[in-house]
Design a protein around this ligand. Structure first.
Ligand code: BYC
Length: 477
């Protein structure tokens, strides 16, 4: 049995789950591997498969030092199966089984529910790689290009993480689900990915930064909830995935921040005092703040849909059975069973948005979404600091949760960004064709070391503390 800290790096699949001694699962994963590589070559980053990319690879699960940086060709990246170390004596922290020892095998009565959770989680990972596969052609710098590829290979590893659980614990149907994960395609008419936002296009770099800020943050929230799971292998998997996920949100937050910084600097240099003078700002070749706001409106609202229905028996069952907890369940101070508790939920009643107290068990999607909204606000406030420092009065905001929704209470109504119910959605709250064409017109690749496209500021520090002129991607080697 591995001690959970040392990674076996010698075989085809680096792992700390004892694959060397588990012939059945090793064979299943090795059988799946060629299909994965084919998928990566077909649907992964287009045009850069032979380039040398300065990537971090997980080589340990020790929080004090788990990664190594080096030049790697992406198809040769060591996608491994890594679980955070087991916590001795861990017990189930919530639901009907609270206090019982965590499960090392799948409890029969919850098999279907657990499989569904793993498949949904697994499906999002390759979906995001597919959505981002054309972005390399328009990267604003080698630094950004490298960050895109880092995010992509780690989403690939997160797919491996779910496939391992499916193949190890679900036998034949787990292997079939693992194959299906390679068969669905983001945005495909007949075989789309499972959740809405993962079938949307990510056509430009501002969309990419928004996606990694907002949608990867749904990933963080869902992984935090699954990290609480009474099914210990899932908990351990998610705990390690979260260490990688942090960088993805960093890419998003700093990416948007650098766009805002460059726009403000350009407006100042040109003496523009009205950030809403879109034509004047665009004449400078930077992205105006109103368009950035519209992109926020779009990506935030699309991501809210990923939390499912506000009132959900699926969510109640997943909690009751000990499979999926609340955000940081182990830090919450209540009975962790929620039998008699209530929770305030915004609902649509007789054409109005009202708050209702409902049984807390049924409102767990809503609660996770509320935690998500709080988490999102942090970065938006930091973007506003950049605007404030530059001396402009504009502030970026999160739209109301009822705005532009397709799932849940607000799917049936139209609301403006302030949460007022309206007859028609305002045409100017989401990016227009014109806005998108303008952004697309800026997307010209920059591949000289240390250089940045004129619409985005340079980062404050390099990856792995590398200097400003570091060659993060050797494109033609
Ligand atoms: N689109 O009872 P409800 C990430 C379906 S992101 C389409 O509310 P539940 C990442 C739902 O499936 C995190 N369908 O559902 C980020 C259900 O259908 P069935 C991914 C939807 O289960 C960036 C029905 O409607 N992980 O990691 O409470 C890059 C009733 O709904 C949608 C997870 O999501 C939708 N948006 O909540 C890379 C964690 N919403 O089964 C990666 C696992 C709902 O009745 N998933 N439906 O036919 C879950 O915990 C839950 O399934 C959901 C939905 C939160 C997604």
């Amino acid at each position: 049995m591995p001690d959970g800290m040392n990674v076996d790096y010698d075989g085809l699949i680096p792992n700390n789950v004892g694959l060397a001694d588990d012939a059945r699962v090793r064979k299943a994963l090795e059988t799946w591997h060629p299909g994965y590589i084919d998928w990566w070559k077909d649907m992964g980053p287009e045009g850069f498969q032979e380039s040398l990319v300065y990537l971090r690879t997980a080589i340990s699960v020790d929080p004090k030092g788990w990664a190594r940086f080096d030049y790697v060709r992406m198809p040769e990246y060591k996608w491994g199966v890594l679980l955070a170390p087991a916590v001795e004596g861990r017990t189930i922290g919530f639901g009907a089984h609270k206090g019982e020892p965590v499960w090392q095998e799948v409890p029969g009565e919850y098999r279907a529910m657990l499989r569904r959770l793993l498949v949904i989680q697994g499906d999002t990972e390759p979906a995001s790689v597919e959505q981002q596969r054309h972005l390399g052609a328009t990267a604003p710098s080698l630094y950004d290009l490298r960050n895109l590829f880092q995010v992509n290979v780690e989403e690939g590893r997160h797919l491996w993480a779910m496939v391992y659980l499916l193949q190890k614990y679900f036998g034949k149907d787990g292997r079939e689900e693992a194959d299906e994960l390679l068969r669905r395609r983001s945005g495909h008419e007949d075989t789309p990915r499972m959740l809405g936002a993962f079938n949307e296009a990510t056509p430009d770099w501002l969309s990419f930064f928004m996606f990694t800020y907002f949608t990867d943050r749904d990933g963080k929230m869902q992984l935090e909830a699954l990290a609480q799971s009474g099914f210990d292998p899932l908990s351990r998997t998610c705990r390690f995935m979260l260490t990688e996920e942090a960088h993805h949100m960093f890419v998003g937050e700093t990416g948007v921040s650098r766009v805002v910084e460059r726009t403000c600097a350009a407006m100042k240099e040109a003496g523009i005092t009205d950030p809403d003078d879109v034509a004047a700002v665009r004449a400078l070749g930077v992205i105006d703040l109103p368009t950035i706001q519209k992109k926020i409106n779009l990506h935030f609202s699309l991501t809210l849909d990923l939390f499912g229905n506000e009132i959900s028996t699926n969510a109640a069952n997943a909690f009751n059975s000990g499979l999926k907890g609340r955000y940081r369940e182990d830090k919450l101070d209540d009975d962790h069973r929620l039998i008699d508790a209530t929770y305030p939920v915004l609902r649509c009643v007789d054409g109005a948005i009202v708050e209702q107290h409902v049984p807390a068990l049924s409102a767990l999607n809503m609660r996770l979404r509320d935690d998500y909204v709080v988490d999102c606000q942090g970065g938006v406030s930091r973007w506003n600091k950049v605007i404030e420092k530059a001396g402009f009065a504009t502030r970026l905001t999160l739209p109301h949760v009822a705005f532009n929704r397709r799932i849940g209470e607000f799917a049936a109504i139209k609301a403006d960004t302030h949460g007022n119910i309206v007859a028609h959605e305002a045409a100017d709250a989401l990016p227009s064709l014109d806005d998108n064409l303008y952004i697309t017109s800026l997307m010209k690749p920059v591949s000289e070391t240390g250089a940045y496209a004129p619409w985005i500021a340079a980062p404050k520090v390099g990856i792995d503390n590398k200097p400003g002129n570091f060659e993060y991607v050797k494109i033609h080697e």
